[in-house]
Write a protein that binds this ligand. Structure first.
Ligand code: FPP
Length: 241
């Protein structure tokens, strides 16, 4: 656990709710998908900025379990964008030392997209420079429900004793089981809510809610927020000595 002694250190794991693509496009008189395309371009720049900022883990919210409520045109456009993004960026991500993982429920995603996701995870599985996790059809409550189901199955099968269940148990069943908890969660576009993102994992994260719309989120803004984090005291419920 981080303590007062870590003040000044940057965040090892940053999670981002990339919001504001639709408004960014609409303010230019363009369709919402135009904003999502601009948002996708930003992703690469932010991933590339991570090593210099000391950010080892970056987790981005690309599509939530609630986003299916959008129009069929927008959902189909986003799914097409994810397929193209993975196909187009795979080689660069591999060459740049980025390990990509996906979290979320794959059951509702189309087969073509799921195989591209599997291939990208496999292609980059030996990389260690930056760990990029893309949340796709992800919801924190859905994740905890799926994890609880598997935990209950282990109890029913006699593999897990209920008496042994503690705070360390559930995280082993979460999609994020191999990742550290986020230190800093950023949300763009002026909304101050967490929208079902990394609910368990962000219990002690620091938050930054900023007005910038995601397509305008530059590496310089990112660096500024990472710098601010270093000035915060993280006490995890304790007191400063
Ligand atoms: C929220 O903005 C954004 C999304 C639901 C999609 C996020 C997707 C991307 C940034 C692009 C692709 C990402 C990858 C990994 C390729 P919004 O549409 O809710 O914006 P609004 O609040 O202004 O309507």
């Amino acid at each position: 656990m981080t303590s007062e002694a870590d003040k000044g250190a940057g965040p090892r794991h940053v999670a981002i709710i990339m919001d504001g693509n639709g408004r960014w496009a609409q303010s230019r008189g363009r369709p919402r998908l135009f904003g999502h395309h601009a948002g996708a371009k930003r992703v690469r720049q932010i991933v590339e900025a991570c090593p210099d900022l000391g950010v080892k883990y970056l987790t981005i919210f690309a599509f939530s379990t609630e986003n299916w409520k959008r129009t069929q045109v927008e959902v189909a456009g986003l799914m097409g964008l994810f397929r193209r993004y993975i196909s187009k960026e795979a080689r660069a991500l591999k060459d740049e030392g980025v390990r990509v993982r996906f979290i979320g429920d794959r059951v509702r995603l189309d087969d073509k997209l799921v195989s591209l996701m599997d291939e990208l995870e496999l292609l980059t599985c030996e990389n260690e420079k930056v760990h990029l996790t893309i949340a796709l059809n992800y919801g924190g409550r859905d994740e905890v429900s799926r994890a609880t189901k598997r935990l209950a199955q282990d109890v029913a099968a006699g593999r897990l004793d209920p008496a042994d269940v503690d705070e360390e148990t559930l995280p082993r069943y979460l999609d994020t089981c191999v990742l550290p908890d986020p230190d800093l969660v950023i949300r763009t576009s002026g909304e101050a809510r967490i929208s079902n993102f990394l609910l368990w994992q962000s219990a002690y994260a620091e938050y930054e809610f900023i007005d910038t719309l995601w397509p305008d989120f530059s590496p310089e803004i990112f660096a500024g927020l990472v710098g601010n984090y270093g000035k915060r005291d993280r006490r995890f419920g304790g007191v400063v000595a």
